[in-house]
Design a protein around this ligand. Structure first.
Ligand SMILES: *[C@@H]1O[C@H](CO)[C@@H](O)[C@H](O)[C@H]1NC(C)=O
Length: 197
């Protein structure tokens, strides 16, 4: 509820008690949910790629939303479930962060609650210590950026498949990430990504 005033939060408009189960009424997210690889569902269940500029704007607005959660209230709110499938897009491709079912408010960290299932988005530090902090959300946000940049899912369902953060292309020998080798090729051609490090 606290988050509902932010323009990048998926707004809860009300609830309806007319049905046997409580129905929640949300704003309309006409473009749907971001798929595992950061694309949208296109016509006939196909894939609709988002242009680089749109992805960049989505990333920026999500960063704002996360900063809002972490800094606006006297006790920060941890989202704890940041992943592509928690991001809905409205008609204008404005991202709406949703699924706050694991969110929690705490002074500095949350320890010993085992609600969170490990996935490609989960900070290994959290897995080792069981301690959830702001930076645990920020790690997931970083993985989301990789998903948007590379157009690959954060985790592989195939046997022997690598999580996105384990991809050897991210560990090039001179310590510099070569953006041309990791980025989704469909971006590089039309947009000529320029990377200044
Ligand atoms: C919220 O996220 C959890 C974990 O990722 C998932 O199991 C659940 O189905 C999601 N809920 C909704 C309403 O999308």
């Amino acid at each position: 509820m606290q988050m509902s005033s932010h323009k990048n939060a998926f707004k809860l408009l009300g609830c309806c008690l007319e049905f046997p189960l409580l129905a929640l009424v949300h704003e309309n997210a006409a473009k749907g949910v971001l798929r595992d690889d950061g694309s949208l569902s296109g016509a006939n269940g196909g894939q609709s790629l988002l242009p680089w500029k749109t992805r960049l704007r989505i990333a920026k607005q999500l960063a704002n939303a996360l900063t809002y959660l972490h800094t606006t209230f006297s006790r920060p709110i941890f989202h704890r479930n940041l992943r592509s499938t928690c991001i809905l897009l409205d008609d204008d491709y404005v991202p709406k962060l949703s699924n706050f079912s694991f969110s929690i408010s705490a002074q500095s960290h949350v320890k010993g609650d085992n609600k969170i299932r490990a996935s490609g988005y989960t900070d290994p530090d959290y897995l080792a210590t069981g301690c959830f902090m702001k930076k645990t959300d920020v790690y997931s946000f970083g993985v989301l950026l990789l998903v948007l940049l590379t157009q690959r899912a954060a985790y592989s369902n195939q046997a022997g498949g690598l999580d996105i953060t384990a991809n050897p292309k991210f560990h090039v020998s001179d310590g510099q990430t070569q953006i041309q080798t990791i980025v989704d090729p469909t971006f590089v051609m039309p947009y000529q990504l320029i990377c200044r490090v």
